[in-house]
Design a protein around this ligand. Structure first.
Ligand SMILES: Cc1cc2nc3c(=O)[nH]c(=O)nc-3n(C[C@H](O)[C@H](O)[C@H](O)COP(=O)(O)OP(=O)(O)OC[C@H]3O[C@@H](n4cnc5c(N)ncnc54)[C@H](O)[C@@H]3O)c2cc1C
Length: 306
């Protein structure tokens, strides 16, 4: 049985900084989500291992978040423990002339800047993606004709028994917006990226150009989770949604962005329920008019179904 007091006792015994009844809207780029019973930020691998082993043993629900930029959290929140990796997992270092090792909670933007400062190219595409390195590996994040798969060589993780696992690219099953980590219970701790020597100024120009293109095309002035749907084979979700007459369609405060129909934006106080209803509506209309089934890209926490 779910026991609030017992969980609090366990977390406190590990000397962790814990927030109780923490609104998840404070931790998602969508600015949506009810309260999580417990929210802990973890700074060391050992504590992470201990906590995960205990929670797993006692069958207490937990969910690891990165930077919260691809998450839709239920209005009822989450019964259990939300875990976020802290400072010890943000380190970025050069392994050799062309290889960078990066902690899972470092922001992609920091990794890209580090690469640029070391005259290493290959990561420019990721500069404007507002996720952490762990989240980007989990999702095989990509943009502008590249993706994590093209630059990663290996990653270190721990499973829910606290065992360390090293995966090289051959056993990461990276493909369009997915990875092996969606199938296995593992927390990514760090990843290694193999890049190429390039010109610092040219790399910076490319990064800036991609960001400029994002600002022009994407509704970055509103909270969102980026593209809500995966790209259907041979098509673009945004184009399809627009061609079905859904541009600007609104349910509650959730709206199909008039600037980019692939984005659902939170125009004020959108709830998860508004977003789910809008997703269902879009999927139904697009299927009715085109026979294409749209699949969500966004990950969910708590009781969310569409
Ligand atoms: C404005 C905007 C633009 C975006 N543009 C793009 C884009 O161009 N391309 C693209 O691919 N995505 C894009 N996204 C989506 C999002 O930024 C990416 O999916 C990103 O990789 C998610 O990383 P995150 O750290 O925020 O992960 P979260 O959203 O926090 O989590 C996503 C999933 O990753 C898992 N996860 C996170 N960290 C770890 C870890 N250390 N170990 C194991 N699992 C982990 C979580 O459990 C969850 O299931 C965009 C989002 C926004 C808001």
């Amino acid at each position: 049985m779910y026991n609030h007091e017992k969980i609090l006792k366990i977390i406190s015994s590990l000397n962790l900084n814990v927030l109780c009844n923490e609104p998840m809207c404070n931790h998602t780029s969508f600015k949506i989500g009810g309260k999580a019973d417990f929210f802990v930020t973890i700074d060391s691998v050992n504590t992470l291992k201990q906590l995960i082993e205990i929670l797993n043993d006692l069958k207490i629900n937990f969910f690891l978040i990165g930077n919260g930029s691809n998450l839709l959290v239920s209005d009822c929140g989450f019964r259990g423990v939300i875990i976020k990796l802290g400072s010890d997992f943000r380190k970025i270092k050069l392994i050799d002339d062309e290889t960078i090792e990066c902690g899972a909670s470092a922001l992609l933007a920091k990794l890209c800047t580090f690469a640029q400062q070391n005259s290493l190219c290959g990561l420019e595409f990721a500069y404007g993606i507002p996720g952490s390195v762990g989240g980007a590996v989990f999702m095989n994040a990509g943009a502008y004709e590249s993706e994590i798969k093209n630059v990663i060589i290996s990653a270190k993780s721990i499973n829910y028994f606290g065992e360390t696992i090293n995966r090289n690219i051959d056993n990461m099953e990276l493909s369009y917006r997915t990875s092996v980590y969606k199938k296995v219970d593992e927390v990514i701790l760090s990843a290694k990226f193999k890049l190429k020597k390039g010109d610092k100024i040219h790399i910076k120009q490319k990064m800036n150009d991609f960001v400029k293109r994002r600002k022009e095309k994407q509704p970055l002035e509103y909270p969102s989770a980026g593209s809500i749907f995966k790209r259907p084979v041979g098509n673009f979700a945004g184009t399809l949604i627009q061609s079905c007459g859904l541009k600007g369609k609104q349910i509650g405060d959730a709206m199909v962005s008039p600037k980019h129909c692939g984005f659902i934006i939170n125009t004020g106080k959108a709830t998860c329920s508004d977003v789910v209803k809008l997703i269902d509506h879009i999927k139904a209309v697009v299927f009715e008019k085109t026979d294409i089934v749209l699949e969500c890209e966004v990950e969910t926490i708590g009781d969310v179904s569409y």
